[in-house]
Design a binder for this molecule. Sequence first.
Ligand SMILES: [Fe+2]
Length: 466
Amino acid sequence: MLIQPEAVDFLISRGNGIEYCKKVLEGMEKKPLIISVDLLKEIFGEGKKAEKIERKVKVEIRKESIKEERFKILRDVTGNSTCEGKLKDFVDLFRNRFDKLSSLLKKRQEMRNAIPIKKVLRVDDEVATIGIVKDVRNSKNGIIAEIEDYEDFISVYIPKEIDFSIVNDEVIGIVGKRKGDLLIAKRIVRPEIPVERKIRYANEEKYVVFISDLHVGSKSFLEDKWKKFIEWINGKRGGERQKEVAKKVEYVIISGDDIEGVGIYPGQENDLKIEDLYLQYEELAKKLSDIPPHIKIIIQPGNHDAVRPALPQPAFEKEIRDLFSGMNITFIGNPCYFEIDGTIILSYHGQSIQDFATCIPNMSQNEPTKIMREMLKRRHMAPIYGSISSLAPEKEDYLVIDIIPDIFVTGHVHVTSIDMYRNVLLINASAWQSQTEYQKTMNFMPDPAKAIVVNLKNMTPTILQV
Ligand SMILES: [Fe+2]
């Protein structure tokens, strides 16, 4: 826009006039080519059209705030942490887990008449009870699980044809009959998610891109592939259809391990291209600034990032967030529930995938969506305490899946995988790092450099290979 010299004088004479004028002009649909004194007089209420303009601005501002409301964080430990690390805090955490999951279990038909363990020990008929698993050990043709509630505990024999996937610290329901001190299980009931649930679709065509595990700062970061991804998201690469989709992308979600980090595993220094943590984040900021600014980036920490390793992890500290200032980024914790246009997304880096793979027969970290199904069945992302992933003693258990998401996304194992379980879209988002020597020893079979694109209007996922 051009401005008349007299108009400049007019603005200066009105103190903070430039700011006000800027706001009004931003709200105008048809921007004037020349800012004249007459126009300014109208803007400042000294002309006839002033009222009309004022009203228009209000409408525009309202529209803007409605757009903001389309993205909402529903649950996140960031700013809500109560953790002091005392023994009592752990008691509170497991009590909260037991309360939340047993109340979900009580909604199940088989558990309506569940009785406390103390009473089970006095009944000879078939009973239903709920407990948190204290210990699991193998037995002849099955397992013995010790379960407990607030007052008592009992050993349960579970024949292997009934269930062989019980893990420590999950909350289960048992239907069975007592034989001496032992409860013989006939059925195991899990909190589960309903078979049929209405999917919450967005009202309009809206694309979300899911990526994870960028590991910026690692020598194995796939620089070339990232460049191609950036070209695509800027509408400069791919077929006509792919370019069309790129134009409609509104969100990029990064599910953790955004940088490679420092001192994460033995000998990591040999794999680093950038040795300083802050420089790694600076490089990440540089890379993400190539994503068009109208796209909101949602970024979560993982086990390689510079936040506490125990789950739930809060979002980055201010010192790191400041490196991204001026960018269209929302920093979230791990895990985090958020809503886009009415659709609920649960993003979790996925540290416990390896715990599940170790504890349940026939599970592998290279098939993460199979494990995500197990999480949904248990309504818990990381039940096993004291294994690979560590848990922080928060008063509330943030790992409980009490809200059923429409999309559940993880990363961590560097695989690209899509699945659907009872109307929940499961995604394990791809990494942007090739296999390192360390990952070879950890049996990581990466399938990197693929972006999963989902249209929230119909929940259709597609894999974009760059
Ligand atoms: Fe990773």
